[in-house]
Design a protein. Structure first.
Length: 276
């Protein structure tokens, strides 16, 4: 393959996907001595455009896992606004230590459907957005180094090939339903309509929460409110410098307690094909 550009393409609610994908693309770019470009579609304005790639692009594509799949509100954009043009792709999903279920397979299928040639994939453990005790601090330095090495070796391998061999990754056929969150009692925890609350005494009205909200649901002029859809990415909570944002929904808190009770054990990263 004759590449001219390496890309990092991603959605990242809390920043973990962004940091990992940048590192992977930079490692590949350094190995191939090629420029690295970045496409971040986390904000609504980025999703108002369409994007085209060509066979001279090597694309590292990253997404967090939401309930075992890709974020459902982003699927129409992912399926309708990208043209692969025969570009080689490496699919990467991050997940919060429970399971990535069908997310990696779904990403591979979406990319293939858009005309990308998916040559490799990875599932990387990351600190859970809801329950930071799960995989706390990950991806850590060791995780990032392993992902970068995988990216480097994948890039060099692809450069030496005339044709892309489609990667095989775990997942159900067809893609299954989204995971149903459970509460501490083992019953379904229904918090779809839950939204972040704001402590008005702590809020400094800096507007950072509005700037990072991937749905554009926090008004800049009134950042204590959430007027639109909330996908529970926790970006506003993680980024708030005053610690003014929080969730108090009982079902949400029960689900978090269930995760902390059952999914603390360490999960290892998975790379396809495995790094030798």
């Amino acid at each position: 393959m004759q590449f001219k550009t390496v890309w990092a393409v991603y959605y990242s609610g809390c920043g973990s996907t962004r940091r990992l994908l940048r590192g992977m693309a930079e490692a590949a770019g350094e190995a191939l001595m090629l420029p690295v470009r970045e496409l971040d579609y986390s904000r609504p304005e980025a999703r108002e455009k369409s994007y085209c790639f060509t066979e001279t692009d090597l694309v590292f594509w990253g997404s967090p896992t939401y309930a075992g799949r890709l974020p459902n509100v982003l699927l129409p954009f992912l399926r309708g606004n990208f043209t692969g043009g025969g570009a080689a792709a490496v699919a990467v999903v991050l997940y919060g230590n429970r399971s990535y279920d069908d997310a990696l397979k779904e990403l591979c299928e979406v990319l293939t459907g858009n005309g990308f040639l998916v040559a490799a994939g990875a599932a990387v453990t990351a600190e859970h957005a809801f329950a930071p005790a799960l995989a706390h601090g990950r991806p850590n330095g060791e995780d990032r180094a392993a992902a970068a090495e995988f990216a480097r070796k994948t890039a060099l391998t692809l450069r030496g090939r005339e044709h892309i061999i489609p990667v095989t990754v775990p997942g159900r056929e067809p893609i299954g339903a989204y995971y149903t969150p459970l509460g501490i009692d083992g019953e379904p925890a229904r918090f779809l309509k839950a939204k972040p609350k704001t402590d008005p005494e702590q809020c400094t009205r800096c507007g950072l929460c509005a700037a990072v909200c991937p749905m554009g649901s926090i008004p800049r002029e009134e950042p204590t409110e959430c007027t639109g859809i909330c996908i529970k990415c926790q970006g506003c909570i993680r980024e708030c410098p005053a610690g003014a944002k929080y969730f108090d929904d009982e079902a949400f808190l029960s689900h978090r307690a269930m995760l902390e009770q059952n999914y603390i054990r360490r999960r290892e990263n998975e790379f396809y094909p495995p790094v030798e």
